[in-house]
Design a protein around this ligand. Sequence first.
Ligand code: ADP
Ligand code: MG
Length: 728
Amino acid sequence: MSANLSRQSAITAITNYTAPEASFSFADTKPTELFGCNVFNDNVMKDRLPKKVYKSVKKTIEEGAVLDPTVADAVANAMKEWAMEKGATHYTHVFYPLTGLTAEKHDGFLSPDGKGNAIAEFEGKLLIQGEPDASSFPNGGLRATFEARGYTAWDVTSPAYILENPNGTFLCIPTAFISWKGEALDKKTPLLRANQAVNKSAQRILKIFGDDSGKRVVSNAGPEQEYFLIDRNFFFARPDLQMAGRTLFGAKPAKGQELDDHYFGAIPRRVLSFMMDVEHQLYKLGVPVKTRHNEVAPGQFEIAPVYEQSNIATDHNQMVMTTLKSVAKKHGMACLLHEKPFAGINGSGKHLNYSLSCSGHGSLFDPGENPTENAQFLIFCAAVIRSVHKYSKLLRAVVATASNDHRLGANEAPPAILSIFLGDHLSEIFSKIQEGNSPTPTSTGFLKAGVDTLPPLPRDAGDRNRTSPFAFTGNRFEFRAVGSNSSIAGPQVAINTMIADSLDYIADELEAFMGGDESKLNDAVNKVIKDIMDTHGQIVFNGDGYSDAWHKEAVEKRGLPNLRTSADAIPEISSPEVVELFTKYSVFTKEELDSRTEIYLEQYNQAIVTEAALVVKLAKTHIFPGAVRYQKELAETCANMKTIGVPFTTDVLTEVTDKLRSMQAAVVELEKIMDAKPSDGVEEEAKYLCCTALPAMLEVRKYADSLEEVVADDLWCLPSYSEMLFIK
Ligand code: ADP
Ligand code: MG
């Protein structure tokens, strides 16, 4: 097969392709009947579990009580019966290793009974603990080979569910993945720990404000998932997309996103059919997906669920990512979750909407109906202000991946500098308190007095500032720097733990000031807020986060860190202040943090090494041959013309030849750079790859892309940006 067939045949295949309609119709099955039908949820448990067992499990789920192991047999049995009635033959402990992906190991329910028959078996101990042969998952030195076992532990708080396949179904049990010493090897374990930490600290605050009911405070997440869809034929004609998740070459399309005609535009029929199929599957799994729309870039879309408790929202987001990918295949497309599949075109993020809530209070970031609630609201916001400032490097580190670096700070996504957007109203209140003045009425009449008599605050944050990495949006904060491809667990672990720390700091201060005298609460609140604003107020910024002026001001005047790349950011996970924070709340040990730093740096390095190898290979095997063929044609034409004495300009030939020569030189340079890669530690390697290899790859790309602009179209074998983005 000649090289150019890959692109041309992709186009032919797409032209002849009839996209399938969604394989079901919402007209036949109502979404309400569908929702959660494959989930071992509360209703199923109530129906099928002995009352005592049901109550005990509920207590663990709702109040965080320690799981009573004696109930496991009963639950396992009910789960098995339920799953087998739904056609399941196997069960799997689903876990979330540090690769960021979802992992599963399948076991059959059937066991031989010794008489030539098989019986269905699933006992409590199989439910509670599994031992996948998972020694090849990254562990950053936590597991020496002789103790390479990792265990999965049943997470009662995230419901089991059934996954359907064309050839059968199986029961999925969400689990934590830990070493035999109990060290976290996954993304879930620290999240469960961080949830406990923030609950405890938040309750201290609620108690100071008069609520000592001990009701659990939970953190919630609503992740808005962005993604690209392209036809699968194009995907398979682009080795870079397949292997690296992003295009390493590609000239800018004539039509990009400048016209903004895609955003919220009508969803193409093929895509709509895909989306409905995705929703159909996710409804069955009890994932409350709610919104779907086109995004800014051509070929880019978003799916967002209604927010849920953090642990469940995290598992559900993993299901969303898996489902998007598998359903895309069914519809003849590939779903790209990479943060920047196409240079120069908007990338994909995952806005993490975050709140803390408690039954009876709703969101603790919701301005209240009366003065006490408002003061409490301000205290929770103050905790966020202190946290984001004090731990801004950590927040940058938990969104650091090789792929997200291409998006952050690229004038479409928040900058790598962390700041908080509060909106004008809320900022004014905080400034007034800092100045020692009571907030005065504004033209809207919302704010009248000091904390002690604050009237209802405006619920709407006003302008929706899209350039802020951490924005208050009325009743929650939106962390916008998270990458589309990442698990949302890491960011939530960090946010919950830093807020726990700030709430404890505030509780200590309030208690010390009041000395047991409740009447001093308002003065104490004012003082704590003033102190926090004096020390951490420079993190508040309501302006344009994309502007150069802000970058200058943030770093030079406000002293905010600007960790531009993941190579700078990831090592922060092991910094003394971060170790102190996480060990204080028993969310991570130092060893666990060090292992994560190492794993994330290794992943960063691996991503760039893979990309560099692909750049070299594609330049040599895809771009060079096409350009040389064109060069040959041009040279022959010139020679022929010369023989018959017709003047013919050699400009194009010279241009192609120059660009080819430059590209070759750049490839040689890149190869040299990769050969000289240091081997004295992952951190040095990361810095080197970031500062040396990435620019050298761009150099190759520069010439390759400029060749794409001149080489005959029929000789160019990689599908172009406009084809991939616009042909559906
Ligand atoms: P926008 O694009 O304007 O930010 P979306 O509706 O796309 O809005 O997404 C908002 C997300 O925020 C949804 O997932 C929504 O459920 C979630 N959300 C709303 N309220 C809260 C809250 N109190 N805590 C956490 N997430 C929330
Ligand atoms: Mg949003």
